[in-house]
Design a protein around this ligand. Structure first.
Ligand SMILES: C[S@@+](CC[C@H](N)C(=O)[O-])C[C@H]1O[C@@H](n2cnc3c(N)ncnc32)[C@H](O)[C@@H]1O
Length: 323
């Protein structure tokens, strides 16, 4: 059989339609490559959206409408109603005064050890008045409302755990506790003048909430002596909850003057509750002028609905206007 003619190795025969097809294919390939590199869309997944990512980074602080719905449903599902708090199985209601008396007389109503054996079972005895939480009734407003104040202030000033916070007049830590819990160690500072409140804060509230390791810097003082907190940092939030209304106006202004340089410029916030009579008593124009001369700017009045005070709170917001 005669061998079939083989084409010369150097000659490649390409027909015109093949050439057109090859060029078109190359153009389409280059186009697809370029467009994919400019508009990459990831494979579909149930990844969190931008806002969820933010929520994960900035821990949820206030109750959401979903939380409230859940709360209501739990009360309903369990058929719960407020009842009179009377003696019943294993429950022996006492007033604070009765409980204090029990502690003084018997070391607590359910303590059966004899006098000698019952002694010295603690490294640091806690005063009975603190154990019955008398200090929770020191203010007109309920103790638990401190959580609402925290939620409002933390959300309004976009606080993160690394933020730094100063409270003027933290009292028994009704509000401060929640900040101490949320913030990094040593990032909560407070200036408070009342000795009994400070004892309640140190001796009862911090240990009761497992917060000793957060090492809050709480200083006894009443003359706005903020240099005692050290230097080399700026506060993200400075607040006075139910405090400025109890102080002479002059002292409030001294405080503000000393605080301006300690507040983070523009992003840092000062919040004052109830009213700003220290300012309005000067007269509208005079008040603005004085704030301006200090480098402070009034940002507005807020009301905040509350789960635990059963009424809204009023807050006044300021920031540092000059760098
Ligand atoms: C109504 S209590 C509020 C306590 C806390 N801020 C709260 O909301 O739970 C007012 C607090 O301000 C404190 N205070 C008043 N004048 C002060 C001053 N010049 N310096 C520091 N603390 C002061 C009082 O001792 C008291 O503890």
């Amino acid at each position: 059989m005669a061998p079939s003619p083989s084409p010369s190795p150097k000659t490649v025969v390409i027909t015109v339609p093949t050439l057109i097809l090859a060029v078109a294919g190359a153009v389409i390939f280059v186009f697809l490559l370029m467009s994919s590199s400019f508009s990459y869309s990831p494979p579909s997944c149930s990844c969190p959206t931008g806002s969820t990512v933010q929520t994960i980074r900035r821990q949820q602080i206030s109750a959401t409408p979903d939380d409230i719905r859940w709360l209501k449903s739990q009360i309903e599902v369990n058929g719960l109603h407020m009842q009179d708090n009377v003696l019943r199985k294993g429950i022996n209601p006492r007033t604070r005064a009765q409980q204090l008396q029990d502690l003084i007389q018997y070391k607590g109503i359910s303590h059966y050890e004899k006098e000698e054996e019952a002694k010295n079972h603690t490294s640091l005895p806690c005063p009975n008045e603190l154990l019955v939480e008398e200090h929770h009734s020191n203010y007109g407003e309920p103790w638990a409302g401190g959580r609402d104040v925290f939620e409002f202030l933390a959300e309004s000033s976009q606080l993160a755990p690394e933020s730094r916070v100063l409270e003027i007049g933290c009292g028994t830590l009704r509000v401060g506790l929640h900040f101490i819990d949320y913030l990094a160690p040593e990032h909560f500072h407070c200036l408070e003048r009342d000795e009994l409140s400070l004892m309640a804060a140190f001796r009862y509230e911090l240990p009761a909430h497992g917060l000793l390791q957060k090492r809050p810097l709480i200083v006894k003082g009443e003359a706005m002596e903020f240099e005692r907190f050290g230097s080399g940092f700026e506060y993200d939030l400075i607040y006075a909850s139910a405090v400025f209304l109890h102080m002479p106006d002059k002292l409030v202004w001294v405080g503000l003057e000393r605080l301006v340089g300690r507040l983070k410029p523009l992003d840092g916030r000062i919040f004052v509750s109830h009213n700003v009579k220290f300012c309005s008593r000067l007269g509208g124009d005079e008040c603005s002028k004085r704030l301006k001369s200090l480098g402070l700017e009034y940002m507005g009045k807020h009301t905040h609905d509350s789960l635990l005070f059963n009424h809204y709170e009023i807050w006044f917001e300021f920031r540092r206007s000059k760098l």
